[in-house]
Design a protein around this ligand. Sequence first.
Ligand code: ATP
Length: 298
Amino acid sequence: MINIAPFVSCKYQPLINFRDGLTINRFIPPRRKDKVVIVIGATGTGKSRLSIDLANHFSAEVVNSDKMQVYKGLDIVTNKVTEEETCGIPHHLLAFVDPNETFTATDFCQHASLAVDSITRKGQLPIIAGGSNSYIKALVNDDIEFKSRYECCFLWIDVKLELLQRFVSERVDKMVKDGLVEEAREFFSPDGDYTSGIRRAIGVPEMDEYFRNEDKLINEDALDEMLQRAIENIKANTCKLACCQRENILRLERQLGWNINRLDATEAFEKKGGESHQAWRRLVSEPSARFVHYFLGE
Ligand code: ATP
C-alpha cells in the first residue's frame, strides 16, 4: 500500500459545555491525505516517458492531463503514447472524448478526481501527466474537494528552450512522415471553424489552406508550397506553445507558491543514443524517483 501519508494537521474543535458555560476542546482525529504525483513540462520534454518510468518503479497508474489527448483521434498529431510505449501501465483519460465535444477544465476535474480515487483505492499511486497547466491548476488549486483529499508532489521536466524548439520542429517532420496530413484531413472543417473539440489541436487549423485547394486544379508547385507553409506554421505554433507552457509553469510556481521539483533534461536532449538514455536516467528518472520516495515517506 503506497498511501502512507503522515497525518496532516491535528485539529481541536471548540465544544460548549452547556451546564457551566465552559468551552472545552474536543480532539478531531486528523484526516489522512492520499498522495498524487504530478508531472508537468512543455510539449516534447518527455512527460509520458517519465510517468512510465515512475509507474514501473512505484506500481502506479497514469492519468492524462493533456487537453487534446483526451479526445479520440489524431494520435500522431497530438503525440499520444502508443500501446507499446505504455509498457502495460494503465492510462486514464486518454482518447475517451468524442472529437466534436467540448471538454472543459471542469470536466477534467470531475474525470481526473474519479480516476485518481479509483487508482488510490487499488493501493496504486496516481501519476497525473500532461502539458495542460490550466487543467492542473483547476484540479489542484481550484477544486476544494481535491485539495482537501490529496497531497501533491510536482515534477517539472525542463529543457533549454532553443533546444526544445529544435526538437519539436524535428518532431513535426517525423509526424508528417508518419501520417499527420492524412490524420488532419479527417478534421478539415469546410466552414473554417477550428474553435472547438479536437479541431483546435496544433496541426489541424494550419492545414486548412492546403485541404481547401488540394482538389482544385492548381499547379503542383503551388500546392506543395501550401503544404510546406502549413508545416512551417505547425512548427512555429508548437514552438510558441512550448514557450507559453514553460512561462505558465514559472507563473504557477511564483503565484501559487507550489513547491515544484525541477528536473533539467537539457543534457539528455543534447546527446544521442545511449549517452542520451544515460543522461535521462541520471538527470530525470533517478532524481524523480528519489523525490517520490521522499514524498511517500519511504
Ligand atoms: P491555455 O490556457 O493557453 O489553453 P492550457 O494549459 O490550458 O493553456 P495547453 O495544453 O497549453 O493548454 O494547450 C493550449 C493549446 O495548444 C490547445 O488549445 C491546443 O490548441 C494546443 N495543444 C495543446 N496540446 C496539444 C497537443 N497535444 N497536440 C496538439 N495541440 C495541442
